[in-house]
Design a protein around this ligand. Structure first.
Ligand code: KG4
Ligand code: ZN
Length: 342
């Protein structure tokens, strides 16, 4: 079984080929970040237009890299949501046209399921069941994963996602969008202890997160001061420590509550080295093992979509419903198996 996966939920156009027996055969990605940076964030209309330009060349390249032709592809998987609706519709329209032309099924993949399953692209891959900490630009969730499609949300964010908080704080520190990785680099030269920001929600039981107050605390720390390199680095360090502490402590509680022996971290913020270190320590303390995808598969990519599509196909269908609808949803809870949308 061989599946081509297409990702266009935000500002990355990505295509990959995944083979059930041989694993990942190829993956290609074009990032639009440089185009959006001038605006300080993603401009949805520009994102959609750019996906249109990139998709076909990327499909050709991914097929060539995989030494595959259209005959060898069994299905076309695409990100159906959640994400920017224009960007999603571009990918959905393209993928479903390709599937129609190739006479193959189109498989609608949930973007967050892609992130959750991305560690399965690595060796060793985690077996089910596991606890997943999903931390991206749009989502922050602790998920009890019992198997493919069997997800229970244990806790989520009440306001900003972790990646969003990183990006907004990075902007205050004068870093270009998306500033998460740059803020992490800046934090390395910061002094520990100069700024100790609040650890949101740690004083209460439960597995919910909240990051907007932390962002405000960083803003207050900067107010009225000269934004020199030392101050920027110290604030970055204090901010990162507070986020990492919060994510790690909630993950520890969730491991305890569920008794899981495997902890998976996925999504863009999962690329954060400090977070991985802390989660590794927490997992070890609880007798669990930590799994994470390589950095390029933490952030948006086509490989996770091809993999998720292949697993869905192998599990017996779940191909996108036939008909004229494109099958895309801007908002789509992970626990909702229905793709009712555009
Ligand atoms: O998963 P992703 O590519 O897109 C979404 O589905 O949202 O995540 C992107 C997010 C951005 O907010 C970015 O700043 C953040 O992941 N990010 C990081 C790091 N690398 C990417 N945040 C903290 N530390 C990093 N090293
Ligand atoms: Zn994502």
């Amino acid at each position: 079984m061989r599946v081509i996966g297409i990702e266009t939920s935000c500002d990355e156009t990505a295509v990959a080929v995944y083979d059930q027996a041989r694993g990942l055969l190829s993956h290609r990605l074009y990032s639009q970040i440089a185009m959006h940076q001038a605006y300080g964030g993603v401009v949805p209309e520009l994102a959609s237009r750019d996906h249109v330009k990139r998709l076909l060349p990327l499909v050709r390249e991914a097929l060539a890299d995989a030494r595959s032709d259209r005959e060898s592809i069994d299905a076309v998987a695409y990100t159906a949501g959640p994400g920017l609706i224009g960007a999603l519709l571009t990918g959905a329209g393209f993928a479903r046209s390709l599937a129609y032309a190739w006479d193959r099924p189109a498989i609608a993949v949930h973007h967050l399921e892609g992130h959750l399953l991305a560690p399965l692209l690595e060796d060793p891959a985690p077996d089910f069941p596991f606890l997943a900490l999903l931390v991206s630009g749009g989502h922050t969730q602790l998920v009890d994963v019992q198997g493919l499609g069997q997800y229970r949300i244990l806790g989520g964010t009440l306001d900003d996602a972790a990646g969003e908080a990183f990006d907004k704080t990075a902007k205050m520190l004068g870093l270009p969008y998306p500033g998460g990785a740059a803020l992490a680099r800046l934090a390395e030269s910061g002094h520990a202890g100069r700024f100790v920001f609040p650890r949101p929600m740690l004083d209460r039981p439960g597995l919910e997160f909240s990051f907007s107050g932390l962002k405000t605390a960083a803003l207050v720390a900067l107010r009225g001061r000269v934004l020199d390199d030392e101050l920027r680095a110290d604030v970055a360090r204090g901010f990162q420590e507070a986020v990492v502490d919060t994510l790690a402590e909630k993950s520890r509680r969730a491991l305890r509550a569920t008794g899981h022996r495997r902890l998976v971290v996925a999504g863009g913020v999962g690329a954060n080295r400090k977070l991985r270190e802390r989660l590794g320590a927490i997992a070890a303390e609880s007798g669990a093992a930590l799994y994470f995808p390589r950095t390029e598969f933490c952030t948006d990519n086509g490989a996770m979509i091809a993999l998720a599509g292949c697993l869905r196909l192998a599990a017996g269908g779940d191909a996108a419903a036939p008909g004229l609808g494109l099958g895309a949803r801007a908002r789509w809870p992970l626990t909702d198996n229905e793709l009712t949308g555009v």
